[in-house]
Design a protein around this ligand. Sequence first.
Ligand SMILES: C[S@@+](CC[C@H](N)C(=O)[O-])C[C@H]1O[C@@H](n2cnc3c(N)ncnc32)[C@H](O)[C@@H]1O
Length: 266
Amino acid sequence: MTSKVKLYSGTYKNYSDEIYKAIRSETFGEDIGQNSWLTADEYRNIFSLLGLTNKTRVLEIASGSGGPAVFMSKETGCHLTGLEYDRNGVDNSLKLAEENGLAESMEFIHGDASEKLPFDDGTFDAVVSIDAINHLKNRDKVLKEFFRVLKKGGRLIYTDPIVVTGILTNEEIAIRSSIGYFIFAPLGENERLLERAGFKDIRSDDATENMSSVSLKWFNAREKRKAELLKFEEEDNCNGLQKFFKMVHTLSFEKRLSRIMFNAVK
Ligand SMILES: C[S@@+](CC[C@H](N)C(=O)[O-])C[C@H]1O[C@@H](n2cnc3c(N)ncnc32)[C@H](O)[C@@H]1O
């Protein structure tokens, strides 16, 4: 599906421009190159839940700019494979790995994570995916694929930022999903599908607060640089993104759409 408003390709293409760096630092505090609702401290907590060491093989689904992957690899020493659909994201990831001297321990593959994954059964100790599962078709099949490529005893952690926990209008849904293909999942559905895929020890934790605060800061950081941003973004797209960020904030602040972190074991 073609998105009406573009967020990902432009952000990855302009990753190193000063204005996008400034927006990231103001939005996230610690800029790890994220393009989601993730903060560096939240990711550190995920590293410890996954028990990452220099012996761990990690698959990151929808690795975005590659910034969070490089951060993970630097903090833990793990070996990481990133799979990402956006070519600008993959190109930027390869560049970042090279610049950080991590090309040996990291690989990035261009692909669609809603298709069969290009890895043998039982390849990875951990699978992680941040704020991206909502873009992948056929969640039941996607979770079965995560299960297949994990080693026995391996752990999966992902965040789903599109869990329906309140009433939404058609206009709110349209703006919230204006950046691409979206799945809106009712509360409890992820747990049901995880269990059906074979996972055990399934935990879910509410991580909506990050989405509420990050989206507001992102909106504000862009709004005050709007004149300069228009040198990089078409006006309609820039306005569309601002409407999107405002909507993310409203729906998460009012807890009508929640962001849940799932943690499960094969
Ligand atoms: C909200 S961003 C999160 C990126 C990264 N995880 C982060 O935290 O910065 C969602 C990502 O999902 C990617 N994506 C969307 N559909 C995909 C697909 N079918 N397969 C792989 N990646 C996909 C987008 O290109 C985008 O980079």
